[in-house]
Design a protein around this ligand. Sequence first.
Ligand SMILES: Cc1cc2nc3c(=O)[nH]c(=O)nc-3n(C[C@H](O)[C@H](O)[C@H](O)COP(=O)(O)OP(=O)(O)OC[C@H]3O[C@@H](n4cnc5c(N)ncnc54)[C@H](O)[C@@H]3O)c2cc1C
Length: 403
Amino acid sequence: MPANRENLPGSAQDTIIVGAGIAGLACAQRLHDSGHPFIVISDDVGGRIRRSPDGGTNLGAYYVRSDYTHFNRYAQLGRRLDRLAIKRHSEAGGTYILRSPRLLLHAPQVVRFLRLLSDFRRRYNQFKTRTPVIGQAAAIRSDPKLSQLYRQRASEFVDEHRLGDLANQLLEPGIHGTAFTTLKETSALTMLLAALPIVVPTYEFTARLDLLVAGFEDRIIPDHVTAISSRRDGYIVHSQVHGQLLSRRVVIATPADSAARLLGLPSIKKPVDAHMFLVEGTLRHPFSQADVNLFPATDDTFAIATQANGAILVCSKLRDPDLNRYFSRWRVVAHHYWDPAFHITGDDLLECEQGPNLFLAGDHNIVGLEDAYLTGLHAASRVIESARNESDEHGRSLAPADG
Ligand SMILES: Cc1cc2nc3c(=O)[nH]c(=O)nc-3n(C[C@H](O)[C@H](O)[C@H](O)COP(=O)(O)OP(=O)(O)OC[C@H]3O[C@@H](n4cnc5c(N)ncnc54)[C@H](O)[C@@H]3O)c2cc1C
């Protein structure tokens, strides 16, 4: 996107946002609406929202739920994902859909799980309304149950609630297919989030980032930030193209690994990586019988999704997956390697505030478009609050003394 000359760095900035993924753009939009000065510096626009070169398919974030109340304003919804057209493949070789007769054998587990999911959904919705106000980490801490789910491993949750059969047949392929990890390695909170599409309508989508950046396109500057150093009156943002940029306030809205390098964070969650392939071809039976196939943790394939437009996405651990296993004929038309895709293993909980006038936004604690967006809103409100405090202090220091 072109940057206006007057917005190009050279003079000291009030606020620099590093990263133009959904978190950085949400922050930028809120600052723009408030009339607060800022620039965004980023390698690209959209981050992990990425379309295939033909513009037809998401190679990064794939679905949105109807409860993405903020993000969906910038999403054109596509096909609703039919829960009965999602096949989960089990380690033993069986396939399951919701309402699979074999699941009826475990009806008490299903009922127990749906109750737990419903309680989680209620808490999670309340947590989302708190996030822009008090920040994501504080919003998690303020609900003891959510806080426990954040720290508890999904496999322990499964044992505690005697959900073993359901875990094998539904939950493990669900978490592996969508979060590229296992119940042993991820939290109960991540597992419950990944299970929300069971009860919340979920859609394919096309992001409308053009709507999101409308009015501040010219403040997004393509560049790569290599370091941040602090000064008495703010920060120096070191960038590859524009050199050293001074800014009073900085928001880091990059993925966790990049944020850890820039901020010197001692510990972040562990990453997972994934190869996304856009394939033209003909799927074999039984993979052709589902819109989405989710595979168990023992498989190198995470998921295969046939889009409404007929294009097929294969998501795999491997750079060269054996596509003959799934296709009778195939041709890879696009490939993207997400390394990392996201940071999801562990219970590190990162704060928005990383220093005086230094803020962090993004999916470091909870992965997903809506939650990342909400962290951006909170970072923006912290920026505005810090500027207001400064101007109040300045006003007080200029005010004539009483008497
Ligand atoms: C394959 C895949 C599938 C997914 N599926 C879904 C899904 O179906 N639904 C869902 O809700 N979520 C999904 N997600 C997760 C979702 O995409 C992310 O949680 C969300 O996009 C994170 O947004 P962000 O702004 O925090 O980070 P990002 O989108 O990664 O944005 C970070 C930005 O920072 C920039 N940047 C990084 N380092 C620097 C630097 N040093 N200097 C300058 N710029 C820098 C990057 O270029 C990028 O623009 C998926 C992710 C992947 C990878």
